[in-house]
Design a protein around this ligand. Sequence first.
Ligand SMILES: NC(=O)C1=CN([C@@H]2O[C@H](COP(=O)(O)OP(=O)(O)OC[C@H]3O[C@@H](n4cnc5c(N)ncnc54)[C@H](O)[C@@H]3O)[C@@H](O)[C@H]2O)C=CC1
Ligand SMILES: O=C(O)/C=C/C=C(\O)C(=O)O
Length: 504
Amino acid sequence: MTTYKVGKVLHYINGKFVEGVAGKSFENINPFNNEVINEVAEGFAEDIDLAVKAAKKAFDDVPWGTMSVDERMKYILRIAALIEENAEEIAYLESLDTGLPISQTKKQASRAAENFRFYAQMVKSRMVGEAYKVDGDFINYTIYKPIGVAGLITPWNTPFMLETWKVAPALATGNTVVLKPAEWSPLTANKLAEIIHEAGLPEGVFNIVHGFGETAGASLVRHSDVRLISFTGETTTGAEIIKNSADTLKKTSMELGGKSPAIIFADADLEKALDAVVWGVFSLNGERCTANSRLFLEKSIYDSFVERLKERVQNISVGDPLDSSTELGPLIHKKHWETVLHYIEIAKKEGAEVFSGNVPQSLKNGNFVPPTLLLNCHNGMKVAQEEIFGPVMAVIPFETEEEVIKMANDVKYGLAAYVWTNNLKRGHRIVQSIESGMAWVNSQNVRDLRIPFGGTKYSGIGREGGHYSFDFYTEVQVIHVAIGDHHIPQFGKSKKAETISAQQ
Ligand SMILES: NC(=O)C1=CN([C@@H]2O[C@H](COP(=O)(O)OP(=O)(O)OC[C@H]3O[C@@H](n4cnc5c(N)ncnc54)[C@H](O)[C@@H]3O)[C@@H](O)[C@H]2O)C=CC1
Ligand SMILES: O=C(O)/C=C/C=C(\O)C(=O)O
């Protein structure tokens, strides 16, 4: 395999790669062996202020938001092409940085290019408004305008794809951007800055400040010249961001955590259901917001299905994320690894039967958690209620449709849901009763970028994707134009007014 050189990661501000004002940096750790990969410039309020100033100046002075859509889309499509050209390197850096298996990061790199292509097309077809003619007197129409400086804050779990999922629509609609990527996964964000630099975007249109959430992230949220925040991450962080953005009345979009149910009925295509739920919780190392981390099995198939699950779990190939045959790599960071292992201990104390796959002894220096089933759980257990965000699935038997709907909804999250049954009426009935932003019938999480993505309850506020992102990243302006001889109220022309003026 080709390896790529990794140097110090710097901020990208006003078209230049720069050190932080305070001159501080932090270490970026390889989850495979816990060795230092490189140093990363650490940003604080002063660096955020420089980046926001650059973005504001670019928004005000550079024809980015006002250039013709065709011309702006040339840049967006150039970024997509450069992502495709650099896909190998992006996948390598992402796997090195996050521990995600390279076969999966390659797919994430393609999806990132698709994000730019999709929004180039979306903006071209959506940069239109409504128009109404009112009784021959008026034409009232709407136009969509970029909002200004967009603050984008992203997590570490599939960083490059999720960054581009925000950067592409923000830039395509004509905003300028300050991105604060997750501190545990800075490498591909830096590669995105290199690509955007090479694509020749005007200085200040796109900026990155690296650093921690409580400092760099919070300063971006509080900055008065940032007009919107799009955030993906933990529910508690989302709540904090909403509070901190209130004083400056920012528009916010929140893509948060999940504890999504997969429900399998005895009449389903069990072979496909098995493939889907194993993939759904163990791909992306289980660090997937839409993971089916709660599996509800109809009682009559519980034992036989669990046997099949155990077989699969034992066969999952755990290994070096840079090896193309690896299916499950190490978790992002030692701290997160400890959290996930702690949940497995809690499951034991709560009375679940813990069944785990294998991690080769040679991998002992990495943050490996074996693929794990928590069997015979009930929905009230902590491990069935809280987001573990690792390769761990709670398995729960059910007897009736009513019972399983109640359990599926008895959780604070509402991101995704998956239902498996060959009775389509029942499939529709159940997914429509489930409190989730997204639901799939007889399928794993297959995406359609035209469709809204996001959650309800503690899983988020708002939707991204399709025209939902277009609406979020734009401001609609209504323009009323008089075209006829309409009546205007005659203020100050009353009799009393005439008398007073005569007396004077
Ligand atoms: N619904 C969705 O679309 C998705 C949700 N997620 C969720 O993300 C979480 C995992 O990601 P993490 O990186 O651990 O989330 P996190 O909330 O810890 O961090 C996300 C980002 O927020 C920043 N941040 C932290 N505190 C901040 C503050 N006070 N002000 C501003 N920024 C702050 C961090 O530096 C990072 O860049 C999981 O809960 C997962 O479910 C992940 C992917 C998709
Ligand atoms: O498909 C998307 O737009 C987002 C997907 C995100 C995940 O599945 C994740 O990060 O867990």
